[in-house]
Write a protein that binds this ligand. Structure first.
Ligand SMILES: [Zn+2]
Length: 171
């Protein structure tokens, strides 16, 4: 399901304590290849994540980015999640328009696509967690720095370019 960006997908990564990993090939920044696997729905993110890595060489990239589409049946709590054990990031491509029914329960009216800027904002927020696990000033600033590398002309309609988002991933 995932689009591999590696040239040789069957090659397994070097084992710890085994053979020494081959020295990383020096490549020009333009020819830089990132190894993150993208869900097909988020394959368009590749160029943005690469831009971020080019501008911030120490950025810890996720191994995998998975997409998430909420359903009508369950209220979505967060737009993204970061898992540290396998360095996977899950990012919502859609959100829910909700309403309160007469009983006072929150219900989903409609599933709508999120703007790319909003999805990239979630990406920046989640990968910032690999450097700063907890929310706080540093995480916020780091999110903003990552978001800036994307070079979006339009500001995110939700965060107004601050990188701050209301719904946030856990942790
Ligand atoms: Zn978070």
């Amino acid at each position: 399901m995932f689009r591999r960006t590696q040239k040789n997908p069957k090659k397994s990564p070097p084992k710890k304590g085994g053979k020494k990993a081959a020295p990383r090939k020096k490549s020009s920044k333009l020819g830089m290849v990132i190894k993150t696997e993208f869900s097909p729905h988020l394959a368009w993110m590749y160029v943005y994540l690469r831009k971020a890595k080019q501008k911030m060489p120490n950025l810890i990239l996720p191994n995998r980015i998975r997409s998430f589409r909420p359903t009508k049946g369950k209220i979505m709590r967060v737009l993204g999640n970061a898992y540290f054990s396998n360095r996977t990031v899950v990012i919502a491509t859609h959100t829910q328009l909700t309403y309160m029914n007469r009983k006072g329960d929150l219900k989903v009216k409609k599933i709508v696509r999120l703007p790319k800027a909003r999805i990239l904002d979630t990406l920046a927020h989640e990968i910032a967690h690999f450097q700063y696990e907890d929310h706080g000033y540093e995480h916020e600033e780091f999110t903003r720095s990552i978001f800036k590398t994307f070079g979006l002309k339009e500001k995110c309609p939700y965060c107004k370019g601050t990188g701050k988002i209301e719904l946030e991933g856990k942790p």
